[in-house]
Design a protein around this ligand. Structure first.
Ligand code: ADP
Ligand code: F6P
Length: 323
């Protein structure tokens, strides 16, 4: 028979993302609604190993839905990648009476959750990352806020770029994934969008494009460059030398990870957090919550981690057609 779930834990892990607090709040309140106790675990798996564990009541998550970051804190913990670390984590859960844990984070955090499940602690993952790079889900908590923050910043840079008739390279986050760059590039009407999944590293094409646009009278040339390609500052110098057009680089960086979550992020985070608490309380384990084809669903972690997702060829082509 499935073990009875009396107490669950919640932690946030990996890079933070706006909306994580809304998810924490939903986990806590949905569990309490189901008459299950909740313990907060600070600083991800590192906090678990350090036993940074405390009781959470409904009022502990009051007034946080609109806050960026994560009230639990987050961390990266190499010890948790080891068999010993994982066994110790499971033992600490048992010591504190934690029957199951909701892990809010990305793919790496899911692997930690999978390890805990192997050691007998029920786990459910919730997708929290601004990068949208979790294959099993069409939505990840924080993406919407990040793209809106980046879009606003790009619009502003575009104003001054046009006034000075400059080329601007704006570097957005996404070390391995180009979703933020693609969405922001299309949404700001960027002249070039460089993403790790597609970029052919042929800078001459960009140079030719800038020169051609100057001939037809374009005043600015906006290049949205994903972090995964990077080197925006040196790229700006090379482009300026090759085109004679003043070129500036702006690296948006961590501002994209902060700030008050959008309504979309708060909504998805609330539903996904509550969904995770519900299935954990029902005795499910080693699963991740996802939003797929218009519905909230859950997958086995193994299956979820084996999935792949690609940038849509059609959407990428549209980005070129509209510039
Ligand atoms: P994200 O969850 O955003 O992908 P990371 O990849 O940095 O971020 O993973 C967050 C944490 O999850 C790591 O610091 C580590 O503690 C844990 N983790 C990552 N990979 C594994 C793994 N293969 N086994 C166990 N724990 C892992
Ligand atoms: O949260 C995702 C992300 O922003 C990636 O785009 C980036 O590569 C990474 O986090 C950087 O995070 P950190 O510097 O905290 O390791």
């Amino acid at each position: 028979m499935d073990k009875e779930i009396k107490t669950i834990g919640v932690l946030t892990s990996g890079g933070d993302a706006p909306g994580m607090n809304a998810a924490i709040r939903a986990v806590v309140r949905e569990a309490l609604h189901n008459k299950v106790k909740v313990k907060g675990i600070k600083r991800g798996y590192r906090g678990l190993l350090n036993e940074e564990i405390f009781d959470m009541k409904s009022q502990d998550v009051a007034g946080i839905i609109q806050l960026g970051g994560t009230i639990l804190g987050t961390a990266r913990c190499s010890e948790f990648r080891t068999e010993e670390g994982q066994a110790k984590g499971a033992e600490i859960c048992r010591k504190h009476g934690i029957d199951g844990i909701v892990v809010i984070g990305g793919d790496g955090s899911y692997r930690g959750a999978q390890a805990l499940a192997r050691h007998g602690i029920n786990t459910i993952g919730v997708p929290g990352t601004i990068d949208l790079d979790i294959a099993c889900t069409d939505y990840t908590i924080g993406f919407d806020t990040a793209i809106n923050t980046a879009m606003d910043a790009i619009d502003k840079v575009k104003d001054t770029s046009s006034s000075h008739e400059r080329c601007s390279i704006i570097e957005v986050m996404g070390r391995h994934a180009g979703y933020i760059a693609l969405w922001c590039g299309i949404s700001t009407g960027a002249e070039d969008i460089l993403i790790p999944e597609k970029y052919d590293y042929d800078e001459q094409k960009i140079v030719d494009h800038i020169i051609n646009n100057r001939r037809i009278g374009k005043k600015h040339h906006m290049i949205v460059n994903a972090e995964g390609i990077g080197h925006s500052t040196s790229m700006a110098k090379r482009i300026e030398a090759a085109t004679g057009v003043e070129t500036r680089a702006t690296i948006l960086g961590y501002m994209q990870r902060g700030g008050s979550p959008t309504c979309t992020d708060r909504y998805y985070a609330s539903i996904m957090g509550a969904y995770a608490a519900d299935i954990l309380v029902q005795g499910k384990s080693n699963r991740v919550v996802a939003f797929k084809n218009g519905a909230f669903v859950d997958y086995d972690i193994e299956e979820a981690l084996a999935m792949t997702k690609e940038i849509s060829e059609y959407e990428y082509q549209i980005a070129w057609n509209l510039r």
